[in-house]
Design a binder for this molecule. Sequence first.
Ligand SMILES: CC(C)(COP(=O)(O)OP(=O)(O)OC[C@H]1O[C@@H](n2cnc3c(N)ncnc32)[C@H](O)[C@@H]1OP(=O)(O)O)[C@@H](O)C(=O)NCCC(=O)NCCS
Length: 189
Amino acid sequence: MKKFKQLNNFFHPLKTDLGFEFTPFVATINDQIFQVMEATEEDIPTLMAFETEVYHGVATWSIGKFRSELRKDNSLYLLVYHESQLVALIGARFYLKETHITNLSVVPDFQNQGIGTWLMELMIDLARQKSSELVSLEVRIDNEKAKQLYKKLGFEALFIRKNYYCDLQLDAINMVLWLKPHRLKKREK
Ligand SMILES: CC(C)(COP(=O)(O)OP(=O)(O)OC[C@H]1O[C@@H](n2cnc3c(N)ncnc32)[C@H](O)[C@@H]1OP(=O)(O)O)[C@@H](O)C(=O)NCCC(=O)NCCS
């Protein structure tokens, strides 16, 4: 989950107009039917209620953070609805060579049903379409479930961002999925 400190993007600081024309679609995940659509500013009240549910009473993003993210021309935020309930969110920013995941959240009642994995795979496919060389993200050091999910998809831990969640005095791990050959590969033991 991205915090909004004044950090430059580690690999590619340049913002571009790498936007998406996203067409809503219906998907079957684990035998259940969901609608996938792009978030707009009109969704912010729903997103605030959603965040409060995911994070057990405390929304981690403010209205202002959602607004500024949704206004970026290189960002894409996707909502997953089950009937009329918003059940999941994934967000990313697209740079010239890098796609950076900023948010992945699933409401508790729909967790452990494959939705988080499915959304990550969807965003990784979109990153490939944009010719990204890597997909990156930050995850709280104590978020074992999310770390396991990312590892399962091929992400590797690259470095620690000390005190990234400064309000909680917790570090973040920067994780990367390489989509193309790269020079930063860890040495084999
Ligand atoms: C993290 C989160 C997005 C995962 O979504 P999800 O839809 O529940 O995930 P999935 O069902 O696709 O995958 C669950 C994976 O988590 C891992 N996992 C599940 N329970 C786990 C546990 N107790 N310990 C470690 N890993 C666990 C496994 O890798 C599992 O995949 P598998 O079932 O194929 O083995 C969701 O739990 C969530 O929204 N949590 C709160 C917000 C959050 O932490 N977001 C991540 C910010 S970086």
